[in-house]
Design a protein around this ligand. Structure first.
Ligand SMILES: [Mn+2]
Length: 226
């Protein structure tokens, strides 16, 4: 059984950096990492999910996921792929509109390679830092207290996953209440023109996957962009 929550111990060697939705723009991400002299021997990169769909390099996701310095949670676009293959219960026309065509047009065996890699991704990551624990989720926190997260996955798994991967409520309602029990939570999913903090929830999807957007690389020690 794959756990929905992955605990990652402190990086004593280098930096921990978070990035928003990638959506198949791995070359652009690589260029952003080069600008901050990302060192794969010491630094680690945490993705808020949505590695694929929309962009031209979706198939690169497998190579990135195989790197020991790359961590990712499952976004709603990974969820589309998993549900499509496993249940067939995905609105295909809707997904194609949001960039899923590259996947839908792959041979079944190749689709399975991606789903195998996506299905083992956690929905939440908890990273320990010198300043406290940081949560990584795709869309929003499904709990008001981070300490209750594992319990929420156990007792209401479907609802908890759906909220974590799809919700835009916090931004829509401009809700600045902090999530207890955690230093900060980093999310993507809803594009923002610049990083936006509500309470202790940091929205960092500055649409690096769009021509006029950019990748925000957030230092998890300082909680500021590099
Ligand atoms: Mn998303």
């Amino acid at each position: 059984m794959i756990s929905d929550v992955l605990l990652v111990s402190r990086n004593t060697l280098g930096r921990d950096i978070a990035v928003g939705d990638i959506h198949g723009h791995f070359s652009k991400l690589r260029a952003a990492l080069d600008r901050v002299a990302f060192d794969p021997d010491r630094d680690r990169l945490f993705s808020v999910g949505d590695l694929v769909d929309r962009g031209p390099e979706c198939e690169h996701a497998l190579a990135w996921l195989a790197q020991p310095w790359f961590f990712a949670v499952q976004g709603n676009h990974e969820d589309y792929a998993i549900r499509h293959l496993r249940t067939g219960q995905v609105d295909i026309d809707n997904w194609r509109t949001y960039g899923g065509g590259w996947f839908l047009d792959l041979p079944r065996e190749r689709q399975r390679d991606f789903v195998d890699a996506f299905a083992v991704l956690p929905v939440a990551i908890e990273v320990d830092t010198a300043e406290g624990k940081i949560g990584i989720l795709h869309a929003d926190s499904p709990v008001a207290d981070w300490q209750t997260l594992s319990g929420a996955f156990s007792s209401h798994r479907r609802r908890t996953r759906t909220h974590a991967q799809w919700s835009r409520r916090r931004l829509q309602e401009d809700d600045s209440r902090a999530v207890a029990g955690v230093r900060a939570i980093v999310v993507g999913h809803t594009p923002v023109s610049e990083p936006r903090t509500l309470g202790n929830v940091l929205h960092i999807d500055t649409a690096g996957w769009q021509p006029d957007g950019y990748f925000t690389l957030l230092d998890l020690a300082t909680l500021t962009p590099l």
